[in-house]
Every structure is written in C-alpha cells, then in structure tokens.
Design a protein around this ligand. Sequence first.
Ligand SMILES: [Zn+2]
Length: 372
Amino acid sequence: MSSTMVGKKGYNSKKKSYTYVGQLQSDYVLLKTVPNFKFCGAKKFEYEPPGFCCNNGSIKLVSHEMPAELQNLYLGTTEECKHFRTYIRKYNNMFAFTSLGVNYDNELAKRNRGIYIFRVQGKMYHFINDLLPPSGRAKNLQLYFYDNDNELANIMACSEKMHESIVKKLMNILRINPYSIFLKSLIDVPNISNYNIALKYDSGLDQRVYNLPTTSEVAGIWVEKETTEVSYAPHIRIYTHSNRSQIVNYYYGCYDPLQYPLLFPYGQSGWNCDIKKIIQPKDTSKRRAFCEHEELLSIRNMYFVDGYLDMKAQNLEKGKRKRDNISVREYYCYKFQMREDETNETLHSRRLFQQYSVDEHIKLETQRLDFF
Ligand SMILES: [Zn+2]
C-alpha cells in the first residue's frame, strides 16, 4: 500500500481527502545539520533550544548501563531480536516487580491496527503485591519467589506470544538484578511470614558517578525485634499474605527499576528529588564545570519514614528556592537525548519506550501539581 490513511473506522472515505506520502515528499523542508551540544554532546536539531538537554552544562548524569546480551536484543537484526522488540512491553511487564494500575486505551494499543499509540487517562500507579499469590497464577515479583523449579513454565503460562528462548535469555540476564537476587534468596528462608521484608525507597547512590546498587542497598529482611540498618531506612514493606496492594510513589528512586527491569537491568535508580546540579560560576568566560559536595540524604540515621519524608519535603522546598536539584523534567530531558559517545538502548525499546515516556510525563505533571 502506497498511502497512509489516518481516519476513524467507518469514516466515509469518499468525502475525506487523505494525504498521500508521495505528495508529501516533494514538499519537505530539510533541517540543517547542527553540531552536537558543547557541554553534554547531545545531538541537536536545528532550532532546538540549546540548553534543553542539560540546562547548559549544569546537569551531568552517568550513561545508562546494559549487559551485552540485552544490548544485543535491543540492537540486533535477527528474527529473535525483532520479535523481542515487537513484544517488548509484554516481556518487560512480565518480568516487572510491580504491577501497573492504569486506565489506557486498549484499542489504540493493539498491534497491527494502524499506528501504535499508548494513551492513558488519569494517573498511572505502580503496585507492590504480596509475596505469595492469593490463589492461582503468580505474577510480577511473585514469579521470582514462587515455585523456583517451574519458573520458566510459570512465566510461559502468562502469554502464548512469548518465545521460550527469549524468556530463558531474559531470566539469565536478570540474574544480576539486585531485586531478583533478593527475592530469590527469600526462597531459602524458613517461616518467611515471621520476617519483615522490605524494599528501600532509594539505593542512595550518586547518579553522577559510575556505580551500581548491590542487593543490600535496595532491599532487606529482618525479624521484628532485630535492629538492622535496613529497618531504619525508609522502605516499602512486602507482605506474604495481606491481600492488598501498596503504591510505589512516583518520587521514590525505585519507581523506575521496579517497573522497567528491561530498561534498568542492574536496578539503577530513576529520578529522585536529591540529585544535585553542577554549579556554574557566574563569570562565563571562566566557565568550568565542577561538582558541589554531595549532600545525599543519609538513610542510616533515619528512624522513621515520616522523618525521611519531612527531609524530602525540605529538600524540595530548598530546591524551589535555590533550584540546585534536578527536576523531573530536567532529568528525563537529559536521559532521553541521543549522544555520539553512548548507546541509549532506551530509545530502541519501541512500545516500552512509549509506555515509559508516558509514565515519566505523568510523573512530571504530578510533581508540578504537588510542589509548584
Ligand atoms: Zn546538553
């Protein structure tokens, strides 16, 4: 078919003049090639505002890390890689630790029906469910913990569209994921319901330098009377049988890695409100980027979640006055750029990228409503 038709089903095509691709081609305007941005190396379109990508050098975050095998699935040209990218939302949402609560347009999101669109109404929620399925099939974080011997069969039972070879590959890739390691380690714990099991809000790592979280930085387990470091840290409690879902708030650093394990295979944090900007000297002729002393919140010294949230609120207030913390918009503007010296697999994740960017946009709007 040589034409692109965009119209509602049942629309009288005789009355509608459709635009043909052939007609468009003689009429386009070519944008000039412009140099990469001097501070962060982002590729630019002509007329794109200069500071959009990194706020004129005041934002610097580390490149995204991806294991080679997963990188190959994103960039490879084999049938297997193509299949993976076609059904990537299915694969990701299967391996996700949190479940998605969202009102999205299923008709638009269906395959093979024109342009794929991910449209959401209202908010998007991420939920942590019980460790054990109330009845029937395990899903999300339960898959990592429940019935380890039949892990592959349990995952395959969730959708007939998935290929066993890819599922096996992804299971193998995610063995390095700290959340996966943690949940699998719980299988060997006898009388698990006697323990407190928790995921930390944030790994507390500085995202401006290269580091990846370890299992103890993202999660913990302890008995009630025990006083461990994890029990002080602000956390989301995982219950074995509570029959209720808990919301993972959008401002937790673990919000992104729990829902998008195929984009954050190492459990790297997403945005949180404590990431600092680089302070630029006033005199632009001597402009040289340097980092202010890192002031991440210490999760060791906090005894109550309320205290932590108060500190977050104070930091946000401070951020409002001084604007020295990176906002949601600035963070994802930086992350979604193409740069010469790095491969950003996120941009190759097709339908998952649509879901992810819609999710982050809702995060941005929610933050604006909450704090500004
Ligand atoms: Zn930039």
